[in-house]
Design a protein around this ligand. Sequence first.
Ligand code: GLN
Length: 198
Amino acid sequence: MKAGVIAVQGDVSEHADAIRRVGARRGEETTVVEIRESGIVPECDVLLVPGGESTTISGLLHREGIAGEIRSHVAANKPVLATCAGLIVCSRDAKDDRVDTLSAIDVSVDRNAFGRQRDSFEAPLDVEGLEDPFPAVFIRAPAIDEVGESVEVLASWDGRPVCVRDGPVVGSAFHPELTDDPRIHELAFAPEREVEAR
Ligand code: GLN
């Protein structure tokens, strides 16, 4: 598996480690490449759009010509995991003119819906397809407020969807890379398999 982590801004190395853990659990050779320019996405089997600042990430993706490549990757039905700001960037509507969204997940989102940096929290989250709750870390997290027909809600917190799947794309409002539990990465990148217990 060749995995591309969008690295124009945001947390990259923790995701790279989580992807390597998924590869190791599957006994599969895994290469992780960091993407800051166009031309690399087409070589990748799976993609990760990390957290960070969605206004910055979306601007750089368009400026570098990576945005269209991500759309083509999704159109080819190849897996993507988009976390936090990545979910915002991949949404249909972030209700903020500064975020030029990719419409890879048919949801609209509310940025910073769970409060500011100091309101960050960890919660045991029941996620569809996982046997035990996932330790979900929320940092200035978005909430999903509208889901299209093609969208499956995998987890909700406080009555609001926080993890969804739309075709090949899984989006999480929380940061699965900040724990040593790779099950969300596995859920996104190995959807054909039962996700093993930790
Ligand atoms: N609040 C940030 C944004 O709107 C996302 C925060 C994060 O990725 N941890 O871009």
